[in-house]
Ligand binder design. Structure first.
Ligand code: NDP
Ligand code: 2IT
Length: 450
């Protein structure tokens, strides 16, 4: 379709060298072909050209003082991508790899993900190339304060509501919130993932991981299968991975792997959740130490990974949950997963799989839940936190969890029905992209040109 091709070519010219962003847009636009063929009005209103262009991109300098009294400088970003469905909503990522392309792809994905939740939230994303590894608590606090000193003027509970992502958890949200309050003099729900004693929602910390497992449960149910008794591969060792593993145990499955940026743990007895939490949530250290606590487990150093792939996907199992970062599941990995018996993949991380991996997995017709559907439980529960804040209430964990389960079931149904409507019932990538796009596009048309 020349229209889509021209839009992508134009994008590459106007935003050079943003490879992750091109990857995300190409996948979505490619899925839209059948919808656009049937609905010329999207072309007439230039919706595709508008939807790939963020409404606003904010970049700022973050200067802060380290423990040695030296001034350090980082880049800060907030991309307010699309507000057709509600205030901009999406996380902040602090990681040395962060650049404009990564924040932009994450913001783009967030627009469709948030639409799929059925909740009134637009899409945005932000972050910094700040590396939290090895920093003291004081350094983290001073960085967060400096970051918010620039960001506060652009956000607000009905404008833009950031949250966590890689490198940003409860501790960072606390420091960011404290500084927002000092800068504005207002105590309001401007961030989600807050502490439980000061405006946070029960269940938010667990929501992304639990949600990814609930999504898998729905995909399996549609195929007459269940989670109980399955052997599972999980990557990552952070917030999403930990609560994916916790929910897998709850539902009677056995997660046998986890990984961090340095290496992979394989434990056929099942990953010990207590040790994992101690090493990563409490000590913020390396997974390498896991084998000292559990000598039956093995550790594969990242230097010894298969060429073009990641060790975590090369063990026998039935279910797989990528929960670390983008492009962590390559074509080489997809081939190994399929050979080793995996028949269901639910993505906790954003754009977990490379384009080549997605192609292999779709060809094989196994159950595949793309990140923008499978990991939407996190942002959905963030919206529940916003609802609690604005009504000055705190709901019980049970109430939040029941809502999360029903939101994940609805998202699955929305994706599956849309995939069916377009004649590709097994393809939840097409289902998620079309269902998310249609909702945002229709709202944009109804709200007039902007
Ligand atoms: P955390 O920072 O808590 O954990 C990230 C984990 O992934 C760590 O174990 C980290 O290793 C590993 N990791 C990060 N970057 C790399 C890399 N380049 N190579 C290898 N390993 C890496 O982040 P989250 O768990 O919050 O986020 C994980 C994924 O889930 C991300 O893709 C995020 O966008 C997505 N997500 C998160 C949501 C949330 O609510 N937090 C919601 C929806 C999606 P190490 O410990 O060595 O740093
Ligand atoms: O990618 C994501 O959906 C998140 N990092 C969570 C966003 C949020 O606003 O809770």
């Amino acid at each position: 379709m020349p229209y889509l091709h021209d839009t992508l070519a134009q994008l590459q010219q106007s935003s050079p060298a943003q490879t992750e962003f091109y990857q995300a847009t190409e996948e979505v636009l490619d899925s839209l072909r059948p919808l656009l063929d049937l609905n010329p009005r999207y072309h007439e209103h230039s919706i595709v050209e508008r939807i790939v262009e963020p409404e606003r991109q904010i970049m700022f300098r973050v200067s802060w003082v380290d423990d040695h009294g030296k001034v350090q400088v980082n880049k800060g970003y907030r991309i307010q991508f699309n507000s057709a469905l509600g205030p901009y909503k999406g996380g902040l990522r602090f990681h040395p790899s962060v650049n404009a392309s990564i924040i932009k792809f994450l913001g783009f994905e967030q627009v469709f993900k948030n639409a799929l939740t059925g909740l009134p939230i637009g899409g945005g994303k932000g972050g910094s190339n700040f590396d939290p590894k090895g920093k003291s608590d004081g350094e983290i606090m001073r960085f967060c304060q400096a970051f918010m000193t620039e960001l506060y003027r652009h956000i607000g509970p009905t404008v833009d509501v950031p949250a966590g992502d890689i490198g940003v958890g409860g501790r960072e949200i606390g420091y960011l919130f404290g500084q927002y309050k000092r800068m504005t003099g207002r105590y309001e729900g401007v961030l989600t993932g807050k502490g439980l004693d000061w405006g946070g929602s029960l269940g938010r910390k667990e929501a992304t991981g639990y949600g990814a497992v609930y999504f898998a449960q729905n995909m399996l149910k549609a195929r007459g299968e269940e989670i109980a008794g399955k052997t599972c591969l999980v990557s990552g060792a952070g917030n999403v991975a930990i609560y994916t593993i916790e929910k897998l145990y709850d539902l009677g499955a056995v997660p046998i792997t986890c990984s961090d940026s340095q290496g992979t743990i394989h434990d056929l007895q099942g990953i010990n959740l207590k040790t994992l939490k101690l090493l990563k949530e409490v000590r913020r250290g390396s997974l390498r130490e896991y084998v000292e606590h559990h000598p039956q487990a093995t550790y594969v150093d990242a230097q010894n990974y298969p060429e073009g792939g990641h060790a975590v996907w090369h063990f026998e199992a039935q279910l797989a949950f990528p929960c670390a970062t983008q492009n962590e599941l390559t074509e080489v990995d997809a081939v190994a997963l399929l050979q080793n018996g995996v028949f269901c993949i639910s993505e906790g991380s954003n754009m977990a799989s490379t384009a080549g991996a997605v192609e292999r997995v779709l060809e094989a017709r196994i159950a595949y839940g793309p990140g923008k559907a499978a990991n939407a439980g996190g942002v959905a529960t963030s919206q529940l936190e916003m609802a609690q804040n604005s009504s000055m209430q705190q709901w019980s964990l049970e109430k939040v969890d029941v809502k999360l389960q029903s939101i994940m079931a609805d998202i699955h149904q929305r994706c599956a029905h849309t995939a069916e409507e377009f004649g590709q019932p097994h393809n939840l990538v097409v289902g998620a992209n079309i269902a998310g796009f249609r909702k945002v596009a229709d709202a944009m048309i109804e709200q007039g040109v902007y």
